[in-house]
Design a protein around this ligand. Structure first.
Ligand code: MOS
Length: 724
């Protein structure tokens, strides 16, 4: 997009909220100085399955400062699930403390409210629970296989004939890949300060999707949506865990209703393993068939995952395998097993992050079997049509990402034969993976208020959008700057409040496209209304101040709404990319280093290269985390998570991610939306795990199919016998 404006679309301006962040002025949910607030702390069950038979709160109640202890015995009756294993969504109700049943270790079984956080936490330890414990909880993945079921009609997909495709193949790869339970762990803990006043709820809450979350709260308490207000001005990361209302929010509201005071509930890091969602363990079985010349003939992707015993969540790992390559015979299946663990939920590019690991490793295995370069193999099987939907991609620069990335990375230096590039004790390997992620766009409204302040035009933009650290404030300001033709410093962005016009919130990589097109619509409406034009003309000479003065106005408000076009619906809209990794593996210890990465993305209009770079770096770090370290472990006898903090749950640090180049290809896609924006919030993560695992194979000849790839696993693995 062309702009003459120094702070308009496409300019690498600094974050408009940066100063607030670094000076501590940006308020996160638990930081609002709400007068008279008290502190609630959830009590977690200490069994994985069973019933509460007795609760003795007498000692806790005696503690000075304890105001209320809520358990299933005195909790308010809430809306309960209509069906067993109903789907978990961002707007789903969140009943809590409704009966004496325990479904997983760590489930909330009570909530203590006290005058200070310390007293509340102390009191939690004094409440005594007696359980009738079921000694055989479903906590072992392998033991639940017989319980696997097909969650819904869209869990399976097929085209052509898989068996015929395999019969036509000259080579077949049939392998299984595993990803462990992982947790989102945004830096900002989940938190809420909730007040119930005259039947109305106000919640300062760390949430990603305000309007859906208003629905969740309203439906849980069976009150109208108008009676719920959520404020989420700044959110310190979410990664999917804050897409929905979790139960600390509901308990805080319930307590506020009982006490007549605002109640704050901050989930501890330890509780974030059991009470705020997770990515479940996935077992992905791949079958790939190809001709000698590299033509794919068959591709099947079967995923086995677990959900909880009360609610259903399916991560669609296989969906990437139905659209990424040209293959006539294709079969996708997803199966779920109910387990006594909390309900999993969308985490960091759900589907693609894990699914691409399996698919892109299997593609590498096949390329190797055919003695083909893995980039050539992918390019040979590229498609401009989404065969699963029988419609074209709005734009797809995957081949360009692979080619340009290969050049920047120096792919030509890669040795096809594994284990043949060495430097002293180090085995050096290169790996590649394709990246893809749906770029959805949803109906979004924004309000723009234009006024003259200090003799100059100024604009305020309002919408219920959220900024989860991604840069929403900045790109919203840039969009208003672009279409109002005033500098970003004269634009105030007010988001994160359900009183403002509705947006789909931040999730699924739809935030940027939705927010900015909504803001654009509002700005264009304002200007065309001021100009008295019936058509929504963009551009031309315009002086906002003069426009107001001409009309004798000091202030003007307009609302705009943007939504997907008919053309959008006729296309598959995805962002694409490729990641290239060089690893060095110590041949004796199995310790390895990511030496460098080159990531190329094609995601339409890049609104701000600086914030976009940050998003991709974040995605790459999460992807590297999947391979290097991230895993949550369930204690095999009791079903609790033995990973309880960042001391046990490891994430990459700066040194792991030291040398990264990020490139965006120019792409103009007006089918995606008016501004040509395709999301990048999740694109980065989708290609990392496979590119590292493939690089490790290239370095060592070892196929590592079970994440994370720890040095112990690597040293114990044998060299794969398939290489020629
Ligand atoms: Mo995302 S996993 O939709 O925050």
């Amino acid at each position: 997009m062309k702009t003459l404006n120094a702070s308009g679309v496409g300019k690498a301006i600094d974050r408009v909220e940066g100063r607030l962040k670094v000076t501590g002025m940006a308020k996160y949910a638990s930081e609002f100085p709400i007068p008279n607030k008290v502190y609630g702390q959830g009590i977690n069950s200490s069994i994985a399955k069973g019933e509460i038979i007795d609760i003795d709160a007498s000692e806790a109640e005696k503690l000075e400062g304890v105001l209320k202890i809520i358990t299933h015995k005195n909790a308010e009756k809430l809306q309960n699930f209509e069906q067993e294993l109903g789907p978990k969504r961002p707007d789903t109700i969140a009943p809590v403390l409704q009966d004496n049943k325990v479904h997983y270790y760590g489930q909330y079984v009570g909530f203590v409210v006290a005058t200070t956080l310390e007293i509340a936490q102390h009191a939690v330890r004094l409440v005594k629970y007696q359980y009738r414990e079921d000694k055989d909880p479903a906590i072992h993945f392998d033991e639940q296989r017989a319980q696997a079921y097909k969650p819904n009609d869209s869990s399976d997909y097929s085209r052509g004939n898989m068996e015929q495709g395999l019969a036509e193949a000259d080579a077949v790869v049939e392998e299984t890949y595993w990803t462990p339970i992982e947790h989102h762990h945004p830096m900002e803990l989940h938190a809420v300060i909730a007040s119930w006043e005259n039947g109305k709820v106000t919640a300062y809450a760390s949430q990603q999707m305000i309007d859906a979350n208003v629905t969740g709260i309203a439906n849980t308490f069976q009150i109208p949506k108008e009676n719920v207000r959520i404020v989420a001005a700044f959110v310190g990361g979410g990664f999917g865990s804050k897409l929905n209302i979790e139960r600390h929010v509901i308990m805080a509201i319930m307590a506020s209703k009982m006490l007549g005071r605002p109640v704050q509930a901050t989930v501890t890091r330890h509780q974030m393993f059991t009470n705020t969602g997770m990515r479940q363990k996935n077992e992905q079985k791949m079958r790939v068939g190809a001709k000698k010349d590299g033509t794919l003939t068959a591709l099947s992707h079967e995923t086995l995952s677990h959900t909880s015993t009360t609610q259903e969540y399916q991560e669609s790992c296989g969906f990437v395998s139905k659209m990424l390559y040209k293959v006539a015979n294709n079969s996708i299946k997803h199966r779920l097993m109910p387990m006594n663990l909390q309900t999993p939920f969308a985490m960091r590019a759900p589907g693609e992050a894990t699914g691409s690991f399996a698919l892109e490793c299997a593609m590498d295995e096949m390329a190797h079997k055919l003695n083909m370069d893995p980039i050539d193999f992918r390019i040979l099987n590229d498609t401009q049509t989404d065969l699963s939907e029988n419609r074209p991609f709005s734009s797809r620069l995957l081949v360009e990402c692979l080619r340009i990335g290969a050049k920047k990375f120096g792919w030509e230096k890669r040795k096809q034969q594994p284990g043949t590039q060495r430097e002293g004790n180090w085995l050096i390997g290169y790996g590649v993976s394709a990246a893809s992620r749906k770029a959805p766009y949803q109906k979004t409204s924004a309000k723009v208020i234009i006024e003259i302040l200090d003799g100059k035009p100024h604009a305020t933009v309002r919408m219920d959008a959220t900024d989860i650290g991604t840069g929403s404030y900045t790109i919203i300001a840039q969009t208003a700057s672009e279409y109002l033709q005033i500098p970003a410093e004269r634009i105030t962005v007010e988001i994160g409040d359900s009183d403002f016009p509705k947006t789909p919130g931040s999730g699924g990589s739809w935030g940027a496209a939705s927010y900015c097109n909504g803001v654009r619509a509002a700005c264009i409406n304002a200007i065309s209304q001021l100009k008295g034009e019936s058509t929504n003309a963009v551009g031309g000479d315009m002086d906002l101040g003069a426009l107001l003065t001409q009309k004798n106005l000091t202030k003007y408000e307009a609302i705009g709404t943007a939504e997907p076009s008919e053309e959008f619906k006729k296309h598959s809209v995805f962002s694409f990319g490729a990641n290239f990794t060089e690893v060095w593996v110590d041949k004796d210890t199995g310790m390895y280093r990511i030496k460098r990465m080159v990531n190329v993305g094609a995601a339409g209009t890049i609104l701000n290269p600086k914030t976009a770079f940050g998003q991709i770096i974040g995605g790459l770090t999460m992807g590297a985390g999947m391979v290097l370290a991230e895993q949550s472990k369930v204690e095999p006898n009791f079903g609790n998570f033995i990973t309880r903090s960042f001391a046990d749950y490891h994430v990459p640090v700066n040194l792991d991610m030291a040398n990264i180049e990020v490139v965006f290809l120019p792409e103009d896609d007006k089918i995606a939306n008016e501004m040509g924006i395709k999301g990048i919030g999740e694109l980065g993560i989708t290609s990392v795990a496979a590119s590292i695992a493939n690089a490790i194979f290239n370095a060592t000849g070892k196929r590592m199919r079970d994440l994370p790839i720890t040095p112990e696993k690597l040293i114990e693995a044998s060299v794969s016998n398939v290489h020629q």
